[in-house]
Write a new protein. Sequence first.
Lengths: 435, 435
Amino acid sequence: MKPIKVGLLGLGTVGAGTFNILRRNQQEIMRRAGRSIEISMVAVRNSEKAARLIGDTCVIVDDSFQVVNNPNIDIVVELMGGIEPAKQLAFTAIANGKHVVTANKALLALHGNEIFKAAQDKGVMVAFEAAVAGGIPIIKSLREGLTANRIDWVAGIINGTTNFILSEMRNKGLDFATALKQAQELGFAEADPTFDIDGIDAAHKATIISAIAFGISMQFDKAYVEGIRQLQAVDISYAEQLGYRIKLLAITKRTARGIELRVHPTLIPSTRLIANVEGAMNAVLVQGDVVGASMYYGKGAGAEPTASAVIADLVDIARMATADPQHRVPHLAFQPEFIGTEAILPMSEITTSYYLRLHVSDQTGVLADVTRILANFDISIDAMLQKATADESQTDIIMLTHQTQEKKLIAALEQIEKLQSVLGSMTRIRVEKLT
Amino acid sequence: MKPIKVGLLGLGTVGAGTFNILRRNQQEIMRRAGRSIEISMVAVRNSEKAARLIGDTCVIVDDSFQVVNNPNIDIVVELMGGIEPAKQLAFTAIANGKHVVTANKALLALHGNEIFKAAQDKGVMVAFEAAVAGGIPIIKSLREGLTANRIDWVAGIINGTTNFILSEMRNKGLDFATALKQAQELGFAEADPTFDIDGIDAAHKATIISAIAFGISMQFDKAYVEGIRQLQAVDISYAEQLGYRIKLLAITKRTARGIELRVHPTLIPSTRLIANVEGAMNAVLVQGDVVGASMYYGKGAGAEPTASAVIADLVDIARMATADPQHRVPHLAFQPEFIGTEAILPMSEITTSYYLRLHVSDQTGVLADVTRILANFDISIDAMLQKATADESQTDIIMLTHQTQEKKLIAALEQIEKLQSVLGSMTRIRVEKLT
């Protein structure tokens, strides 16, 4: 069979990785795909630097539109990142009847609905395994491996930077700022780490996961996003004493009242396998009604793991290129005519358990006051820990609650914080048992 | 699109599970597959019992050949187990141009090469996700998710019965016989547990994994198989003290000298995620040159997890039915013309580390004698533990070796066992660091 021709947009870390792996494992990939996959054109900002990297094995251009408008190219691989011009390039490629492979989670979380609609109308594929946890075939597992299941929920550690920082904070007792600085020095966090540490990157990925798990459209604007910037070392330590680890978890869950979609620091029982995912590794735990729990673990980022996902998509497209579009794996796992309309629940409506830390003056009756307020809101306590502080007249009270609705908890906290014996604001971190 | 018609052979645990899930999740599966999947004929031994189970929703017959010869059936699902008549039925179904879905690992490990050849010649698909770790889409991940990778090795806990027994032995300090009895009472082990505890079931699955990981034919007859029957509680305890857990591991590895394919009890560092896979759960760790390590975790057996895999295969076939055969995912991950000829290495040629336990009389010079013999065979020691026993004149010496070739170790052990101070035979368990 004749080679399939690929145009590559961007030759940064992942682009260069994709180029190199396609060359290094050419034979192995050919043995699987049955035809060779050739990068015939690359669009870059700096064509001289690109020429030094990849030699004269393919045409190098500085105008990306030359790639998406090139009639000889079958598949466009978009690895530029960002919204524009990636979005316009994707639409142009689709309009020109090309398949698209992208690692661009922001683009899909924000504009996936229109992009998949355009691809559907044109009968081309948009593949995005690389957009979520590159080293783990989680998109494929959800879209194809678990098709027999009604998915109940998915919970994932899907941002390596924050997991690295949290692991360092726990293992070395560091505070957030120090751990972040180390992560930056080691290349695990970017100079501007906002997208990672504020949870936005994880929320983009969670939005994609929620769509393919439940057969709904992308609703990034409805996602609740809370990062790890505020997390204190003391809470990691108290959590540990209670038998929990704190992870930045992306959670999407089907409930009778709507779909939950949220990213926030989360206490997980330390006996759970996913609580033991350390460093920059990713893991996604899926609960399906037929298989029960299954977990997928691997590297989430980096040149080669992401390139692995890009190339797997290229092989898939090479294999499915001749299938009639109705028989291909649907973009969002479910056939377009069956995409549901379930709304994402507002955060105040979700139900979970909570870790609470109060700093109180050590006087009779404080605990009675606090627990009475919680009881008034039907919030019951699962575990408690009282810890002396340096100042003998003050103490830390740490509580784990049973499940309650977020808005009830917020209302209770408002009353508790007004108590005279409660000093400063309370710390509140959500708890998930993942069962 | 019109429904795809399925004929089911066998209505035991998995057959009934498949029937029930297809009914229970009919809507969810239709939303994904784009067409409905209908079981239109079931072959069973006891048709009255079957009628009570599934009502009159489809034709029930007691002659399986009526199913595989029925011109209205598109896909035959074989869930009878065993070699005959399953083998003849599979060949007849293929000859009649039907796709086949099977959970029969023994059939594939022993006769997969001929079955896939026949399917290839006829242009039909034989799908077998359910044959290995049903609750985990590991076949799909290896065949499709990791196509960019040259797979270095795969190591898996792929037999739930033995993992349950080993977990119980460790957690409760039980001996093998007691743990086995409990497992049988709880339904985790069969009345005749031979296939599970002697490692044969795991070896069938490992044979399938080795074929799709490395693009070689099935070579079950070359697999090394050692079960957990001989494993003693004391070694689980010593391993723990050295920082290891003992698991029945299926390992297949590409080396410069050939492919390793082996199933045996294995010490794994207890900090590894896979060492913490407990009870009847399965996990498969894959090392690829591009993604690095990735792990897949879930239920390995049981009606519903296996049915989940069977139905995922049905959806895949429904989707790929119209693709031309050259563009489908190849049965053994690699195109038939590119299946390699690498041989499985004899066990004596493999390289690994070892846990050794010697029972010795506590006299001067024993250790010097033992270590001198090991040194003569170039075997160096990584860690050692000496433990008093009830009899003060005797002691246990436990050693972990560095990597060596199995035949060297066997030769060294022969000499060591001849030492007068060494009492009885030595215990030897392989160690894998999995890095």
